[in-house]
Write a protein that binds this ligand. Structure first.
Ligand code: NDP
Ligand code: HSE
Length: 426
């Protein structure tokens, strides 16, 4: 039997689970592949650290480069841009196939890595980079390759979903929920990437590239995180029958593709509203297939390891059979388009002076900008002589709502714009 030597870079939350599975299931994985597999080493920063799962001490090394050079396949689970980028390029340039879960890297340097893989005939797979255990990239790349994707919409970050879900269901404070998410291994090494939406934005860029056969990077994604979401926003949404989710949306917009990540109100009865904890869900709307939903654990060691191992078995099978992997198609060459023409509904919270005519004045400004209101609710603000007005618009363009809000903001009777949040799923 052919032997496939595997180098693992990283033994953190995900890497330690990948090591466990590679060692414990070596025989059955080998049978599925049709080759013996051998984990020849695990590159880490500190060989003395205790791990979630400890492999034999002799496997750990700090010499990642020698390990890569000795391997047939490299699994990169260290994260970050450098040295991950240079190491993956080292492997690909030498014709060694690579599995990675590194969405930050792929969203910024995906085209460079793909080009290196294509040039040497190596394969580059990264199912784990988007939505943890959920198979979403291969369905977009293979199963739906004969269809035309119109829109992808989903919860693609487990940490923020966990935080928002805790705030909604238990009334937890943002910081407590974040600490729990970190403890459970969902968050990135620097959780700012999760909380500020950058992790979901990186995933959205990867998804959009595959879905629309074009090259998109993180810079093409309009990104807003959840750090400004308050307990008051969550409660107000609940009163109106909504739940706040951090949604990633990739959709055709005129001749281009709009890619955005932002906190969004979703009706309670919508399937996305019942995505709890660190679970992820991705809706795909395709011309012929219609609507598909992919749901499952979006983060965590073992679930993400499952996606990594799936990629590994798949590319190792191709290595045994001979022939290189199929490069991704970018023939469409579509461009990213900005937010101006994005049309959706908006929920708006205003703190205003509680006096005659304020609501009428605000409504008039919306009408003057062609933004139609679907619902208006005024509540007494417990904190003094203000009132809180909550408005929900009919579908309107992002730019017209922004222009409206600029004028509303200039009214003397408007003390504060509390929030302007998109509404999806109705
Ligand atoms: P961790 O921070 O838990 O682990 C990182 C590992 O990489 C550690 O073992 C660390 O070594 C090692 N490492 C870091 N830098 C270097 C370096 N320069 N040289 C050698 N080893 C290094 O990360 P995760 O396991 O959470 O994530 C790994 C990757 O998977 C990331 O790209 C992440 O985005 C992605 N991912 C993570 C998910 C999750 O749920 N956690 C889900 C989906 C994808 P040491 O232990 O010695 O410090
Ligand atoms: N930090 C990421 C998340 C890990 O919370 O979704 C999975 O990509």
């Amino acid at each position: 039997m052919k032997k496939i030597k595997v180098a693992l870079l990283g033994a953190g939350t995900v890497g330690s689970q990948v090591a466990r599975i590679l060692l414990e299931d070596a025989v059955s994985l080998g049978q599925r592949i049709g080759a013996d597999i051998e984990l020849i080493g695990i590159a880490v920063r500190d060989v003395t650290s205790s791990r979630d799962w400890n492999a034999p001490a002799s496997l750990y090394t700090t010499d990642a480069e020698s390990l890569i050079d000795a391997a047939d396949v490299v699994i990169e689970l260290t994260g970050g841009i450098e040295p991950a980028r240079t190491r993956i390029l080292r492997a690909l340039n030498a014709g060694k196939s690579v599995v990675s879960g590194n969405k930050a890297l792929l969203a910024q340097h995906g085209a460079e890595l793909q080009a290196a893989a294509k040039a040497s005939g190596a394969q580059l797979s990264y199912e784990a980079a988007v939505a943890g255990a959920i198979p979403i990239l291969r369905p977009l790349r293979d199963s739906l390759a004969g269809d035309q994707i119109q829109r992808v919409l989903g919860i693609m970050n487990g940490t923020t979903n966990y935080i928002l879900d805790q705030m909604d269901t238990t009334g937890a404070q943002f910081s407590d929920a974040l600490a729990q998410a970190q403890e459970l291994g969902y968050a990135e090494a620097d959780p700012t990437a999760d909380v500020e939406g950058l992790d979901a934005a990186a995933k959205a860029a990867i998804v959009a590239s595959l879905a629309f056969h074009s090259e998109f990077t993180l810079a093409d994604v309009h990104c807003e995180g959840i750090s400004a979401i308050t307990a008051e926003d969550v409660q107000a949404a609940a009163l109106d029958g909504y739940v706040i989710k951090l949604l990633a949306i990739c959709e055709r917009q005129g001749e281009g593709i709009n890619i955005r990540v932002s906190p969004t109100l979703v009706p309670r009865e919508h399937p996305l509203a019942s995505v709890h904890d660190a679970y992820n869900a991705v809706f795909v709307q395709a011309r012929d297939a219609g609507e598909l939903m992919f749901y499952g654990p979006g983060a965590g060691g073992a679930p993400t390891a499952s996606a990594v191992l799936g990629d590994f078995v798949s590319l190792a099978r191709r290595m045994v059979l001979g022939g290189s992997g199929v490069p991704e198609s970018t023939y469409a060459g579509l461009c990213a388009v900005g937010m101006d023409e994005v049309v959706t509904r908006f929920a708006i919270g205003l703190r205003v002076e509680d006096k005659l005519g304020v609501l009428a004045n605000v409504s008039r400004i919306f009408a003057e900008h062609g933004v139609s209101l679907q619902a208006v609710r005024q509540v007494k603000d417990r904190s003094g002589d203000s009132a809180v007005i909550r408005l929900v618009t009919h579908r309107a363009s992002d730019i017209s709502v922004r222009r409206t809000m600029a004028v509303v903001d200039s009214l003397e009777s408007v003390r504060e714009i509390i929030s302007v949040v998109a509404v999806e799923g109705e």
